[in-house]
Ligand binder design. Sequence first.
Ligand SMILES: Cc1cc2nc3c(=O)[nH]c(=O)nc-3n(C[C@H](O)[C@H](O)[C@H](O)COP(=O)(O)OP(=O)(O)OC[C@H]3O[C@@H](n4cnc5c(N)ncnc54)[C@H](O)[C@@H]3O)c2cc1C
Length: 337
Amino acid sequence: MVNEVNSDEIFDIAIIGGGPVGQYAAYYAGLRGMKTKVIDSLPELGGQLAALYPEKYIFDVAGYAKVYAKDLVANLSEQMMQYDPALALDEKVITLTSEDGLVTMVTQKGHTHYARTAVISAGVGAFLPRKIAQAGLEELEGRGIHYFVNDKSILKGKRLMVVGGGDSAFDWTLNLHDSAQSIVQIHRTDKFKAHEDTIAKVMALPIEFLTFHEVKQVHGEEHVEGVTIFDNRTKEEKYYECDELLFNLGFLTDLGPIKGWGFEIVGNSVAVNSRMETNVSGVYGAGDIVTYDGKLKLIATGFGEAAIAVNHAKAHVDPTAKVGPGHSSENVPKKTF
Ligand SMILES: Cc1cc2nc3c(=O)[nH]c(=O)nc-3n(C[C@H](O)[C@H](O)[C@H](O)COP(=O)(O)OP(=O)(O)OC[C@H]3O[C@@H](n4cnc5c(N)ncnc54)[C@H](O)[C@@H]3O)c2cc1C
């Protein structure tokens, strides 16, 4: 993929954030014949799916009984690239202004991008995994301590401990139990924040699951060799030989520079109306970053929001254009499959 940093060209639409929602927005903009640029601070497309859980299955995207996150990203890229959008990757947008029908975006590299409209699909902004400060953890990060798993083959045949009680922790246990030598999952309470179906599937697995347990100390010199955990009600300790620890304690998120772009911010999100318009002229929003009454942060809902945002942006750029796109089956892409 080509990095597009041509500063002077004015695009019909800039998509800020090339996660799944931004990728789909770029596809839709292409379908509507808009000259499109996608800008992302990461060096690869796919947002959270590519960065945080490429090898996890997603079960709730329409049309797929299950799909690996990385495969969904690849399919979205193929769909989007039919229309050859310009790509400005590894470019974090620092400032955005909208004046006289022109949206101007400056990135941390000092590049300036211009477009008549923009869609903010910046997800949760910059995200960092939540970490705990326990003995041995920082020293062994990357040597048996994981907050992301980009390549699950390194966990094959290993003794794993999965820490956490949310979707990520349960999904990883479900995903890895076939290939790991053994899995122990621990969580600090008996309340879980995961899909009921996934919890039920994990509870039916031949693994050890301990509630009310937390990590006390990680042992090892060059690499993790074992872990001491404790029961937070009785303080009783247990030692497990262990090769790899997967921490899934959630993420700390920050909109960072986006908060200073003049948007109405509600909580940590950008407020939009039912057309996905923000309060900044010509700038729309979609995906995890936006909020409105009834908002759900899901890929499925983000796709719908992207379609709404882009079709309204099309009518903004060209007031003679209809908002409704017609049927995609009648709009044949430039490149055929
Ligand atoms: C472990 C895990 C499992 C999940 N499982 C599911 C599931 O099963 N089903 C489901 O529907 N959802 C799931 N989700 C949630 C789903 O991943 C998000 O809803 C989805 O990624 C939102 O897509 P997005 O495109 O809005 O944002 P993101 O995927 O967050 O992408 C946003 C992109 O914007 C970029 N960006 C941010 N700020 C800037 C900036 N200033 N300049 C340029 N680029 C910027 C980021 O680099 C990123 O690439 C899961 C999430 C996690 C963490």
